[in-house]
Design a protein around this ligand. Structure first.
Ligand SMILES: [Zn+2]
Length: 198
């Protein structure tokens, strides 16, 4: 019988994406055996994330400041917004260092299956940003999945009446592929070859 503490931590970890109950229990035991080298640094990192990180109310990025360091960076072009599904996609694109505008994180993608509707995402906030003016281009950088592309089409329709250039990442991305898993070269190429939404 495992102690209550181990059970509590295991079940918390098992709720993380990609971790099941079995691997969560293994991780807990692994941490306990490495109290000084792994457990304590992990606790410190978790506390620091909890206490210091906030969500940017403009773009949805996660940073120590709100608005975030991307939204307030004067070297970035405020007239260009790249729309992504998740914060991890923003970070992946930004690692490619090719896009010099700002971002908008949707917080997911439309999904009939999972019951995710437009109002569950930050699409309204995106429309508000475009409506506020001074935006020339919106890059739709959704995942090359059916749901990602459905989301891109929906946003394109919602933005139709605004005088902005709508572009999307070129297909060259693997079908069913997710941005966060791609290498920087592939991502950079896809960004370079972005084209108007047809
Ligand atoms: Zn921001």
């Amino acid at each position: 019988m495992a102690s209550q503490e181990i059970e509590a931590l295991s079940s918390a970890l098992a709720r993380l994406p990609g971790l099941g109950p079995r691997s969560a229990r293994r991780a807990v035991l692994w941490l306990i055996k490495r109290r000084e080298t792994m457990l304590t640094p992990l606790i410190d990192a978790l506390v620091s994330v909890r206490d210091r990180l906030v969500e940017c109310t403009t773009c949805g990025n996660v940073d120590t400041a709100n608005p975030c360091s991307i939204c307030t960076d004067p070297r970035r072009d405020p007239r260009s917004i790249c729309v992504v599904e998740e914060v991890a996609d923003l970070w992946a694109l930004d690692r490619a260092r090719l896009f010099t505008g700002r971002y908008h994180v949707l917080g997911g993608r439309l999904s009939a299956l999972e019951g995710i509707r437009p109002e569950d995402l930050t699409i309204g906030r995106l429309i508000d940003r475009v409506a506020a003016g001074n935006i020339d281009e919106v890059v739709l950088a959704m995942n090359a999945t059916l749901e990602g592309q459905t989301t891109a089409h929906y946003i394109a329709e919602r933005l139709e009446s605004w005088p902005v250039r709508l572009t999307q990442l070129a297909h060259g991305l693997p079908v069913g592929g997710e941005l966060d898993y791609l290498d920087e070269g592939t991502l950079a190429q896809a960004l370079r070859a972005r084209r108007p939404v047809s």
